[in-house]
Ligand binder design. Structure first.
Ligand SMILES: NC(=O)C1=CN([C@@H]2O[C@H](COP(=O)(O)OP(=O)(O)OC[C@H]3O[C@@H](n4cnc5c(N)ncnc54)[C@H](O)[C@@H]3O)[C@@H](O)[C@H]2O)C=CC1
Ligand SMILES: O=C(O)[C@@H]1CCC=N1
Length: 272
């Protein structure tokens, strides 16, 4: 078990997902985790729930922790970085999870050409140890530092190291992806209710259908189209439903949704 301090600037949903994953997996002692957040309610909640420390300003955060996670909204990131200017140095390691903002924007705002920074896109299933995270690092991050941070994200799910040019697509697919899956599940539940099933029964059936289908794809390793064909009996119920999905452009709708989120991620980084 490591005893290195790590800090979080921003103690919202995603920071909590990481803190929960790290403390509950036992990979980080709570006493080595520090969080800075302007909301007294968030600080009280995080300290009471996870037994971690709070910290009052950037100066204290960067004096206490060499590794700092930036977990604020992209829209407030430049304000946070301005508050940290002159405090962050090239020995610190920043780990940002903000959507859209390229590594170059941090280098520029902090005026630190040799800044060590890792950009990560996780997702909220981190709260239950099932995140899908992609990481990319600035050239001044050593392989050992990248491995350590990747290992932190491995505690809350799976990780992939990618070139930075792919991070917007990752944001559109897996960063925002849980929301699309939740919409699909919600629709399945309501459909069951519309067909007369009790809401709890419908919820249980929908959740297990999605979880079981994911497990089947994982274990069989087949393309989803192959598994779809296996469900579709000739003249049967599934092919009747598939015709409706095809006619409504179901797959194109999902692809358009991912493209819109990817484009938004690019927009967030424009001019930064
Ligand atoms: N929610 C999600 O599914 C995902 C979010 N992200 C990224 O994670 C980052 C955080 O998102 P969430 O946790 O969802 O947002 P959130 O709104 O839950 O958390 C942001 C936190 O930052 C705090 N904050 C505001 N101004 C601050 C300041 N000046 N200094 C320190 N803290 C400040 C707020 O009080 C709040 O607790 C965003 O950049 C987002 O793009 C990345 C992957 C998934
Ligand atoms: O909606 C957002 O902007 C954030 C980034 C990825 C998921 N949630």
């Amino acid at each position: 078990m490591t005893t290195e301090n790590i800090g979080f600037i921003g103690g919202g949903q995603m920071a909590e997902a990481l803190i929960k994953g790290l403390t509950q997996s036992g990979s980080y002692p709570a006493e080595n985790i520090y969080v800075l957040d302007p909301s007294p309610e968030r600080k009280d909640f995080l300290t009471a729930t996870y037994n971690i420390n709070t910290i009052e300003d950037c100066g204290a955060a960067f004096a206490t922790c060499q590794k700092i996670f930036l977990a604020v909204k992209p829209q407030v990131m430049s304000l946070v970085l301005q508050n940290c200017q002159g405090i962050i140095n090239e020995d610190h390691l920043l780990i940002t999870i903000a959507a859209g903002l390229p590594i170059s924007s941090y280098v520029k705002t902090l005026a630190l050409p040799r800044l060590k920074i890792i950009r990560v896109m996780p997702n909220t299933p981190a709260l239950v140890g099932q995140s899908a995270s992609a990481l990319t690092a600035s050239p001044y991050v050593s392989q050992e530092e990248l491995d350590k941070v990747q290992n932190i994200f491995n505690q809350i799910g799976t990780t992939t190291v990618l070139e930075e040019c792919h991070l917007d697509a990752v944001t559109g697919l897996s960063g925002s992806g849980p929301a699309y899956v939740f919409s699909f599940i919600e629709a399945l539940i309501d459909a069951g209710v519309a067909e007369g099933l009790n809401r709890q029964v419908s919820t249980n059936l929908a959740l297990q259908t999605v979880a079981g289908s994911v497990e089947l794809l994982r274990q069989n390793g087949e393309h989803p189209a192959v598994e779809r064909a296996r469900v579709s009996s000739p003249g049967g119920t599934t092919i009747a439903a598939s015709k409706i999905l095809e006619r409504s452009g179901f797959q194109a709708i999902i692809m358009d949704a991912v493209a819109a989120a990817t484009e938004k991620s690019k927009e967030l980084g424009k001019g930064k």
